[in-house]
Ligand binder design. Structure first.
Ligand SMILES: Nc1nc2c(ncn2[C@@H]2O[C@H](COP(=O)(O)OP(=O)(O)O)[C@@H](O)[C@H]2O)c(=O)[nH]1
Ligand SMILES: [Mg+2]
Length: 227
C-alpha cells in the first residue's frame, strides 16, 4: 500500500497523507448512554473546563472555523458530540465542566453521562484534557485526572492559550505541570498549545494518532478500497 501511494498525483497523495483531523465531520450527538454508537472502532475523548479553549482547539486541528460550533448550539452543550475521523476512528467532544452556576441536577446528569462514558467505553483509547495555561490543574481538573486514572487509559494534557504567556512563563508552566503529573498521573503527557497562534498542533496530533490505529487504513478508506 505504501508503495502504491507514490504512484498517485502529488495532490491526491497530499490528500491521503493529511492530518488525522482534517477530514473530521460531525457524526452524532448523544444524550443517553444507551444511544452511544455501537460500531465505532476507536475513540478519543476531548475534555476540559468550560472556556478552556477546547472548541477552538478542535477547529484549529481540523483546519476549520466552525466544526465544533455544533457544541455551542443551545441544548447540545451537555451532550456528547461525535466527530468521525475516518477508518473507524472518532473524536468525542465532552461537555465542559466547571459551571459555577450549574444546579445540582445538571451536575448529576453530567456525572452520569460523562462518567458512564469515560468509565465503561471499551472503544475509548485515551483522553485529551484541555487546560488554560494561565491556571492549569484546577481542583476540577485534578478530580477529572484522578478519576480517569482509574481506567488505566492515557491522558494527553494541552495547556491552551499559551500565546497569552511569555515564552519563559509558558515553559515554566509546562515544567511545573509535567512534574506534578509525573508524580500523580504517570500515564499523562503534557504540551503547550495555542489555537490562535497555531502552536502545538502537530505535537497534539502526533500524540493522539499514536492511540488511534485505524481498522482499515486512512489511505484505503479515503479511496473507498479495502485491503
Ligand atoms: N488567546 C487565545 N484565546 C483563545 C485560544 N483558544 C480559545 N481562546 C478563547 O477562549 C474562549 C473560549 O474558547 P472556546 O474554544 O469556546 O472554549 P471551550 O469552552 O473550552 O470550548 C474564546 O473567547 C476563545 O476565543 C487561544 O489559543 N488563544
Ligand atoms: Mg466549547
Amino acid at each position: 500500500m505504501k508503495r502504491a501511494l507514490y504512484t498517485f498525483s502529488p495532490l491526491l497523495r497530499h490528500t491521503l497523507l493529511m492530518g488525522l483531523f482534517q477530514r473530521a465531520t460531525y457524526h452524532i450527538t448523544v444524550s443517553r448512554l444507551e444511544d452511544l454508537p455501537q460500531h465505532t472502532l476507536v475513540e478519543v475523548a476531548f475534555a476540559g473546563r468550560s472556556n478552556a479553549g477546547k472548541s477552538s482547539a478542535i477547529n484549529a486541528l481540523a483546519h476549520r472555523r466552525r466544526l465544533a460550533f455544533v457544541s455551542k448550539t443551545p441544548g447540545r452543550t451537555q451532550l456528547l458530540n461525535f466527530f468521525q475521523l475516518g477508518g473507524g476512528r472518532y473524536l468525542v467532544d465532552l461537555p465542559g465542566y466547571g459551571f459555577a452556576q450549574a444546579p445540582g441536577t445538571v451536575r448529576g446528569a453530567w456525572d452520569r453521562l460523562v462518567g458512564g462514558y469515560l468509565r465503561n467505553r471499551t472503544a475509548l483509547a485515551g483522553m485529551v484534557l484541555f487546560m488554560d495555561a494561565r491556571h492549569p490543574l484546577t481542583p476540577l481538573d485534578r478530580r477529572m485526572l484522578t478519576w480517569f486514572a482509574a481506567t488505566g487509559k492515557p491522558v494527553h494534557v494541552c495547556l491552551t492559550k499559551a500565546d497569552k504567556l511569555t515564552r519563559q512563563q509558558a515553559l515554566a508552566t509546562l515544567r511545573k505541570v509535567r512534574d506534578e503529573l509525573a508524580d500523580s498521573y504517570p500515564l499523562a503527557s503534557v504540551q503547550l498549545f495555542s489555537s490562535s497562534a497555531r502552536m502545538g498542533l502537530e505535537e497534539a496530533e502526533a500524540a493522539i494518532t499514536r492511540w488511534l490505529p485505524a481498522g482499515e487504513t486512512v489511505e484505503t478508506s479515503a479511496l473507498g478500497l479495502r485491503q
